[in-house]
Design a protein around this ligand. Structure first.
Ligand code: SAH
Ligand code: SF4
Ligand code: F3S
Length: 435
């Protein structure tokens, strides 16, 4: 039977969120409608993530849970990075899976759904460069802050990471397609666009770089804010840094993962930058945009990491004074070079290091938030808060800010930041700027 309703569940990074939105638009264009819950849907798409441990096991148990009490089940499509990594094996491991579709092939879903409706179990993990973007319908719906993938894939091959295998080689979308999609999103209500890429600052088209793209998008008058993520330190060009000092719409926030503060570990990770090189980039960024909020990713317990290496990571956290950061225990991924390296770090040591690192990161986050108390700024309202009359928006520095207001999602307010918590701020409205 051909499904009439669908539910998409996305896990992992922002690119999976973007992909989930595009799949929803694609299925809607085919005449299907979204269901509120997986239980009510004829088709469930699990848009999976493979980045850390037990990702595949988690995906199979999520599949198992889609079986209903009466023994029935929806049509199940395994999508995303686990689908790419597992391929046809997924069908053997779970009889419940009807469709296996990788992150570069999901524009073919309508055809695969038709095949599955006839009893076939299609698998598509091809990686045809860019063809999914060409096949997707134009943008019709957008949140106040909307994602836009401009670059996908990775050629960096950090020794711990699966992304080069699940997302394929680095490719950049064409300039004009990005501008068209950005205009579509703004027409559909987006006030902020977040440009996405696994190495977004490696974006290039026809001699143009990300800084040029940002300057061009800033010309869209109804677009108020531009962000981009995730950047790689080696692709952080002087032009992009300069744009932070010159383009008002480019928000003062940079997510620039360093992973470790130890040069020995950075080398073993194949990161192709040193701690000093990273700090020099941060310094340049701070001279271009003194109030920049910095964010990063860290891995503790990479094979061979000593107490001294870990101390170097704590030190770089203190030097950068991150406004926020993500930290993870190293997770051995089958097929990656680090998985077979000697001196894998015992779990208890990783646990202890993660706790110490997170405490240090949190202290800097609290200090950053406190430094903004009393500051007048603008807030982009994104959603309702927990209390009646309360809304949540984002400051330019990407802090979540709670505010009592009658304003709606998409409005931009003049606020004073009046209080700081560890994970969010409180704001007081000064006046309403043009809606
Ligand atoms: N392209 C981005 C993000 C990749 S995945 C970048 O290079 O920064 C997001 C984060 O997951 C990484 O920055 C890294 O900190 C973490 N990560 C990736 N593989 C991991 C692994 N095997 N174990 C633990 N953390 C990992
Ligand atoms: Fe993974 Fe490294 Fe590529 Fe980031 S740069 S996606 S961590 S291989
Ligand atoms: Fe996960 Fe794939 Fe993103 S592995 S982090 S969903 S690129």
């Amino acid at each position: 039977m051909t499904p009439k309703t669908f539910k998409i569940k996305s896990f992992g990074c922002q690119m999976n969120v973007y992909d989930g939105e595009r799949v929803a638009e694609l299925l809607a264009a085919e005449g299907m409608s979204p269901a509120a819950e997986a239980d009510d849907a004829d088709l469930v798409v699990l848009n999976t993530c493979h980045i850390r441990e037990k990702a595949a096991e988690k995906a199979y148990s999520d599949v198992g849970r889609l079986k209903r009490e009466d023994g029935s089940k929806p049509m199940i499509a395994l999508a995303g990075c686990v689908a790419q990594a597992e391929g046809a094996e997924a069908k053997r491991r779970s009889q419940l899976i009807d469709i296996v579709v990788g992150p570069q092939a999901y524009h073919r879903l309508p055809e695969m759904i038709a095949q599955a409706s006839r009893g076939a179990r299609p698998v598509d993990t091809d990686m045809p460069a860019l063809s999914k973007f060409e096949a997707l319908p134009p943008r019709r719906r957008a949140a106040p802050s909307a994602f836009l993938t401009v670059q996908e894939g990775c050629d960096k091959f950090c020794t711990y990471c699966v992304v080069p295998y699940t997302r394929g080689a680095e490719i950049s979308r064409r300039w004009k397609d990005i501008v068209t999609e950005a205009r579509g999103l703004v027409d559909a209500g987006a006030r902020e666009i977040v440009l996405l890429g696994q190495n977004v600052n490696a974006w290039a088209d026809d001699g143009l770089a990300l800084a040029d793209l940002i300057r061009a998008l800033a010309e869209i008058s109804a677009l108020e804010r531009i962000r981009y993520t995730t950047s790689h330190p080696v692709n952080m060009s002087d032009e992009l840094i300069a744009a932070h000092g010159e383009v008002d719409k480019l928000m003062p926030y940079l997510h620039l993962p360093v992973q470790s503060g130890s040069n020995r570990i950075l080398k073993a990770m194949n990161r192709s930058h040193s701690a000093e090189g990273y700090l020099a980039t941060i310094e340049k960024m701070r001279s271009a945009r003194p109030d920049i909020a910095l964010s990063g990713d860290f891995i503790v317990g990479f094979p061979g990491e000593t107490e001294e290496d870990f101390e170097a990571t704590l030190q770089i956290v203190d030097e950068v004074r991150y406004a926020s950061a993500y930290s993870f225990k190293y997770s051995a991924r089958p097929g990656t070079p680090a998985a077979t390296m000697e001196d894998q770090v015992p779990r208890e040591i990783m646990d202890g290091r993660l706790q110490r690192l997170q405490a240090r990161i949190n202290a800097h986050q609290v200090a950053f938030n406190r430094s903004k108390v009393g500051v007048d700024t603008k807030l982009l309202i994104e959603r309702k808060g927990r209390r009646e009359g309360q809304m949540i928006g984002r400051s330019p520095w990407l802090q979540s800010v709670h505010v009592d207001t009658e304003a709606q999602a998409g409005d931009i307010l003049d606020v004073t930041l009046v209080a700081a918590g560890p994970n969010s701020m409180t704001g007081a409205v000064r006046q309403r700027v043009a809606a």
